[in-house]
Ligand binder design. Sequence first.
Ligand code: GLC
Ligand code: MG
Length: 526
Amino acid sequence: MTSWWQSGTIYQVYPRSFQDSDGDGIGDLKGIEARLDHLVALGVDAVWISPIFPSPMADFGYDVADYTGIDPRFGTIADFDDLLAAAHARGLKLLLDFVPNHSSSEHPWFQASRSARTDPKRDWYIWRDPAPGGGPPNNWQSFFGGSAWEYDKASGQYYLHLFLKEQPDLNWRNPAVQAAMLDAMRFWFDRGVDGFRIDVLWLAIKHADFPDNPSNPDWREGMQDIDRLLPTHSADQPEITGVVTAMRTLADQYDERVLIGEIYLPFDRLVTYYGPDGGGVHLPFNFELLQTPWTAQAIARLITDYEAALPPGAWPNWVLGNHDKPRIAARVGQAQARVAAVLLLTLRGTPTLYAGDEIGMTGEPIPTDRIRDPQALREPGIAFNRDEVRMPMPWNDSPNAGFTTGEPWLPLGSDWRTRNVAAQAADPASLLALHRDLLHLRRKHAALATGDIALIAVEGDVLAYERTADDERLVIALNLGTTDQHVTLPEGELLLTTLNEPVPEADRGGEITLAPDEAIILRVSR
Ligand code: GLC
Ligand code: MG
């Protein structure tokens, strides 16, 4: 028996940028509700919404000031219930974004914690005395640049923040913190949410003694500050297993809920988050496609290494885009983005698709005076500004692309008049139409949704593999390059090609030529 989160496809919504309903230029819950039919037409199964909880928005919602409320910019708890009901009525699951590693500095827990050394909540966060002789307790760096410690004059101690100083790290070694956070998860499970994406899960527990991190011999100019050191003691500690198990035990008290961990670790460490006997998160996010060189060899290797690393019974997953990383169409170009879509939606495992990638949004440089990403503002030297992938979704060619009647919080991409959902919905040759076709095929063919995978060719720019289930055998062949590629494939019926010209007879298996940026799916008899 497979679960919905195995056969289904997840779609990530960055709520500030999806659809505004009240003219404040910021997307909101009513906006998402109004656009659910786009997701139904697309053919995805679940929506994950980045944080919508009350927040001062220092990190745009990843700084939570109340784990069981809704930020008024996004709406009300009644709007949330409406959205959940509307999603469920359409057969869509809804996932929230849980941020356990840190709260906002405005959270009442932190306000209490910093109020006095003797406050009962002092130990809910991570406070340390200055190093002997003064200065931060150790050398740990923030992901957003600079020391991970902030000095609190009033109490003479430092608190830890692996992100902004407005995002103090919670102390997950404290059982009271664990209990309070599990209560927050329970609150949303009870309301009916279908699961959580869990923010920076691999960071939630730190070494108990806070030793210095060793320096990274591979650090080069232009890399982020955080990468000057290896995260030996600040991440991926053995005790994280207990935290993950506690979350899973809670999820298992409900029906078919899913936990997805945001975990940036190599495969051998990543797969440990499936937990002993599969009692960890259901899906530790596999982010390798976001950073791999775009070659047949590199991707084939990822598939082989990942499949080999998966523990028995573990269900794979693949991510091609998110709100933190450059968009696929920017990395590989519009023509190759079609091939990338075929890859994402035909690999074995749950795909996660980032809103806007289905129409080939690229992101582009943001005028300096409109930069909002706190990371980019703090580390102006780094190559990538996350605002680029958070620009508003262009829905149509009406003013502001149908995103808002007000002033959008980030500028629209310059191509919104032509690259928008309405234009692509009307064009059978569009990237959106290709996504719809692919998602339709995934639903129709068990071989794609839940079947086995085996590589059949890795030659030049060609990557070919087969997916099989029962008596079904599908062959997927991708040309990851820009020249004709010759490959021999089993003969079969052509189910899909990324080309929009009529397909030569020869493209139906046998000795075939794949055109530049072409990907095909064949049905082969077994
Ligand atoms: C995760 C989020 C990112 C956020 C960070 C801190 O990596 O995806 O957007 O800034 O955590 O919460
Ligand atoms: Mg709004």
